[in-house]
Design a protein around this ligand. Structure first.
Ligand code: NAD
Length: 521
């Protein structure tokens, strides 16, 4: 466990992380078992009491110290992210900057959001002073993914700490080094509070041990399939769960949209980070009148992207080899079902013959243990029931289907089992916002993609296959607390309804008054 002085017993087995770009080994990490995880949780629990007892101002100051440490170590953190994920350094820097914004917001706003506030006593309790405060839960177990190994888990870690909890974090087995560095920076920025953030490393079994460990809440980010397994484990102990899962996000392009701006945004939303973004653009519904022109603009921009082991690449390799197979399957099946590839795929516009599996996406690998560079794929006429439209592809692939109207676009966008985010491109901003309100999505951007990600005050999360619960914003702080309601009796009530000694006539008068008031209101 990183960040602990205790001896966890015999040296655990280790695993090696390889660079997705070149296959070189990047680091060796322990495979933490249930005992190690239990020790980490115990350590976090010891630290939790002192952390929760601090004044909100002290916690804020400590977290801002950590934030400044992260900012001054920006290059090292971005380097760790880029090495483990394969994403270009610029993307990794952006990830760190977004994280700093969120940590800053969580630290500065926790007190305002969570402090006790007075509520009205109401008719039956005019004699009570009623308040509600949000208390920390204790220890939060965070299980993270690999695609944004800093920004995504910090949506839980930063907010949970700001709300007065301590955290045990299991990073993805593909990106443990980033998690370890994060905890080291916190330990060096706030040395007087050991145990605020403890890292346990390993794969599924370590995550399962954390879900089983008796933490007070699990914040999971990953695929819906894994969320189901984590939820089943949490169910045994009624451990609450926050599940941030995948997406199949849709973009709607209306007839009057600025097609150049929309094409720019769609290409970035679909292809950046090699398409490995939970709220990336995977489906586009564009009204028929402008579909052909819009597709030309998308293809123009997508084919200009630099992909591969080259300097200044626009995106990197697939982080895991398994992901390449998913992308290939989705493109293959879509083409076989009648979709056309305007870019990538078979490079053929014929839909008569299914593509041979090996040529459907252009893939180059740069090392035996590495992922692969997949060049952009733009598909049209993709059958709505094909995997490319119903399952998360998580690759540099975008499907652009023509629709008769905005209404049809909304209906198709909403037909997905996922409901994470969406975007709308529309000349009239008010009309765009009206379309947004009709979308089944946890977050919608009008005339941009992922606009909400840089606004810490906005909650983020989905429904359906995209999970449940919210990170970020006030809801994201409250997610790691339990409301506690307190009444303080200020004076004896005129009629005490909680005493056996109250005469029945007085009780009847009180009932009559309540009946009369509620009848009138
Ligand atoms: P994953 O589900 O394979 O793994 C996620 C984490 O769960 C990893 O740390 C993994 O080791 C752990 N895990 C695996 N099996 C487990 C088990 N049985 N019990 C406990 N933990 C277990 O997901 P991934 O491939 O790492 O990440 C990609 C997925 O994450 C995509 O679906 C993506 O959309 C999603 N994601 C969602 C968000 C969001 O905020 N909604 C953000 C980023 C990524």
């Amino acid at each position: 466990m990183t960040g602990t002085d205790e001896d966890a017993g015999p040296r655990p087995a280790t695993f090696t992380v390889h660079s997705p770009a070149g296959g070189d080994p990047l680091g060796e990490h322990p495979v933490h078992g249930p005992q190690d995880v239990a020790l980490a949780v115990e350590r976090a629990r010891t630290a939790a009491a002192g952390w929760a007892a601090l004044s909100a101002a002290h916690r804020r100051d400590h977290l801002l110290r950590w934030k400044r440490k992260l900012a001054s170590s920006l290059d090292a953190v971005a380097q760790a992210i880029a090495a483990e994920t394969g994403k270009p350094r610029g993307d990794a820097v952006l990830e760190v900057i977004l994280t700093l914004e969120h940590l800053d917001w969580a630290a500065r706003n926790a007190d305002r959001v969570l402090r006790g506030r007075r509520v009205r006593g109401g008719l039956l309790a005019v004699n009570q002073r009623a308040t509600v405060a949000h208390r920390p839960l204790g220890v939060i177990g965070v299980i993270g993914p690999w695609n944004y190994p800093l920004y995504t888990p910090m949506g839980s870690i930063g907010y949970a700490l700001a709300a007065g909890n301590t955290v045990v974090f299991k990073p993805s087995e593909h990106t443990p080094g980033t998690g370890v560095l994060l905890a080291e920076l916190l330990a060096s920025a706030v040395p007087e509070h050991a145990g605020l953030l403890t890292i346990v490393t390993g794969a599924a079994a370590t995550g399962e041990a954390l879900a089983r460990s008796g933490v007070d809440k699990v914040a999971f980010t990953g695929s819906p399939g894994t969320a189901r397994k984590v939820m089943a484990v949490c169910a045994r102990s009624l451990t609450p769960l926050l599940a941030e899962c995948g997406g199949k996000d849709a973009t709607i392009v209306t007839v009057d949209a600025d097609l150049d701006a929309a094409a720019d945004a769609v290409v970035w939303g679909a292809m950046s980070n090699a398409g490995q973004t939970c709220a990336g653009v995977e489906r586009v519904y564009c009204v028929r009148e402008v579909h052909a022109l819009f597709c030309r603009k998308v293809v123009e921009r997508a084919e200009a992207l630099r992909v591969g082991p080259v300097p200044d690449a626009d995106y990197g390799p697939m982080t895991t080899p398994a992901q390449t197979a998913v992308v290939r399957r989705h493109v293959d099946q879509a083409l076989a079902a009648g979709a056309r590839a305007l870019l990538g795929g078979t490079a053929s516009t014929s839909n008569s013959a299914p593509a041979p599996a090996s040529t459907s996406v252009s893939v180059s690998t740069s090392g035996p243990a590495s992922g692969a560079y997949v060049t952009p794929v733009v598909l049209v006429d993709v059958p709505e029931e094909s995997a490319a439209m119903t399952e998360e592809t998580f690759g540099p692939v975008v499907a652009i289907n023509a629709v008769a109207s905005t209404d049809e676009a909304v209906q198709r966008a909403n037909a997905s089992p996922y409901a994470l985010a969406a975007s709308v491109f529309c000349h009239d901003r008010r009309a765009g916002a009206a379309i947004a309100a009709r979308l089944r999505a946890g977050a919608v951007s009008v005339n941009s993609v992922l606009g909400f990600a840089a606004v810490p005050a906005l909650p983020f999360g989905g429904s359906g296959e995209s999970g449940f619960g919210r990170i970020h914003g006030a809801d994201g702080l409250r997610a790691f607390t339990a409301p506690q309601s307190v009444t303080v009796q200020r004076f004896a009530p005129p009629v005490d309804l909680t005493s056996f000694r109250t005469p029945s006539a007085a009780r009847a008068r009180a009932v009559a008054v309540a009946r009369w008031l509620h009848h009138r209101r």
